[in-house]
Each structure stands twice: as structure tokens, then as C-alpha cells.
Design a protein around this ligand. Sequence first.
Ligand code: NDP
Length: 302
Amino acid sequence: MILDGKKIAAEIRGELREQIEALRAAGKRAPKLAIVIVGHNPASETYVANKIKACAEVGIEAEKIAFESEVTETELLAEVQRLNNDPAIDGFIVQLPLPEHICETKILTAIDYRKDVDGLTPENVGRTVQGLPSIISATPRGIRELLARYNIPTEGKHVVVIGRSNIVGKPVALLLMQRPYLSLPGMSASSLGDATVTICHSKTQDLASICRTADIIIVAAGSPKLLTAEMVKPGATIVDVGINRVDDPASPKGYRLVGDVDFEHVEPIAGAITPVPGGVGPMTIVSLLQNTLQAYDLKFDI
Ligand code: NDP
């Protein structure tokens, strides 16, 4: 079975549109997301354009705030403080990567966690660890939602996560091992969580044997064809987070996007698998929209 992130993301956008129309019908303002972008990295510009388009589709107001790459860290921190204090902004993100002269950690940790719709601040991660209301980073939230919508249970399952980044590997592992009390407003299937999780990385020994014991494998390494058919137990669920450019003279762009899974050989033995593109990517963007509505709605009174 193909886990069709594009289709599920479209369904969720439809639901969000209805929820936001209902807010407007009740005389309330629309949620508002601000996106800060620095410089002219083409990939970042595409991601930001896609996020703004997705906001428009569901009725979230979006504001792009662009800085030239010469902006100083102090100026960017001042903008973060301005957005933290602006009551008209429900949530904002700072598109990564930032130029080298700006410390990403300094910028991210300056964001008020209640507006941190990327879910990357230490407060949000720490609150997630403790099961307090928090905003979960978009890709892990999207993965959990995709599994939920395809009724793939995680309770008692062995989940192997390949990758230990702060953006994907660590938070997705945390989310799937949690007690289900972490269910959030607007999130389906509160039964998700309760998995037994193994986290692997580049120093892991005998990755293949570990993977063969997995009911669910989540690969977020950034390495094409890292997960091969020999590493997969028949019937396992495979979630491919990787986005890699590989040369392809047949494509007009000269390259194509592939994940971290040897899809051609893994797909026939997997019980369920996400394609790249069209799997986790669209779920990540729609999760950002869900997080924005959550920031608009959620009262962090703990
Ligand atoms: P990072 O580079 O921050 O982390 C990669 C992780 O994978 C590291 O922990 C690294 O181990 C591990 N790793 C790398 N190679 C191997 C290997 N051969 N065996 C075992 N572990 C390995 O990447 P991100 O987490 O930010 O992103 C991962 C991928 O997901 C990228 O392709 C990225 O483009 C994509 N991505 C996709 C998103 C989407 O929406 N679909 C969203 C975010 C990312 P170590 O820690 O030891 O170095």
C-alpha cells in the first residue's frame, strides 16, 4: 500500500479550510503566520512559496518578511522580538538555513514557544518530553498523522528511526514512544504512540539487523538508497523522509528528487510505504498549517 501524503494533506487542508471558515463566520479573525526568510537560497524560496500557497488555500493569512543575506544577527533578533510581541501574529517561522554569520540556535531559541509553529524551540521540545501542551515540529507531526489516517497502529510496535536530528529523528522517536496523552487538538487517532523505539545513526553497528526487526522504519538520513530490501521485514511500514537530488539527464531540470529508500526493491515487500515525492513532504507543510491553527487556538495555561 502506498501512503499517499499528497492525498491526505489535501484532505486535511479541506478540514482546516472548514474550521477557519467557521471562525470567520463567527466573526473572528483568520489565523496569521509570518515567514522570515534571509537571502535568496533557491530551495528556501521554493519552500516559502509553497508554504504561502498552502496558507492561502486554507484561509490562513501569511506574511513573508524578507531580509538580504547581509542582515546582522542583532537585526534578526530584533525582528524575532517584534514578532513575539505582535498580537496580530499567531505563529512564525524562520526559514533555515541562515547565512553563516548568524547563529541559528540563537535565533530559534529567541522565538516565543507559543508562536513557534516549527516546534523547534527547547521549550516546545522539553514540553513534548514532559507531555505538556506543546507545538510539535512539522515533519514528526505529519508522519504521526499519516500513520493515523491509514490506521497503522504504533502501540507495542517496534519502530526503528534512522537519523537523530533535532528536526526529524529525535522528535519523531519521542512522539511515537509517548503515552497517547500527548494527543493534541485537531490531531486524529489518540492511540498513536506507545511504540518501542530504536534510534539509529551513522555510528550504529549492523543497521541491517536492527532494521529487520522493525515493524515500522522511519528513515531520515539524507542518503539515497540507504534502506534496501534486505533490511526490511516483509509487511513492514516504511516512512521515507529523505529528500535527495540525484542527477537525471532525462529530466528537464537535470536532476530528480529521491528519498532514502531503494523504493523499487523495497515497495514489493513492504506492507505500506511513502513515496518521494508525495509522501512525507506534503504532510510537513500541512502540519505547519495545523500548528498555526493550534497556536491561534491553544491556551498554554500550564
Ligand atoms: P541531518 O543531516 O541533520 O541528520 C541526518 C541523520 O541521519 C544523522 O543523525 C546521521 O547520523 C544519520 N545518518 C546519515 N547517514 C547515515 C547512515 N548511512 N546510516 C545511519 N545513519 C545515518 O538531516 P535531517 O534530519 O535534517 O534530514 C534528513 C533528511 O530528511 C534529508 O534528506 C532532508 O532533506 C530530509 N527532510 C525532509 C523533510 C520533509 O518534509 N520530507 C523535512 C526535513 C528533512 P549522525 O548523527 O551520526 O551524523
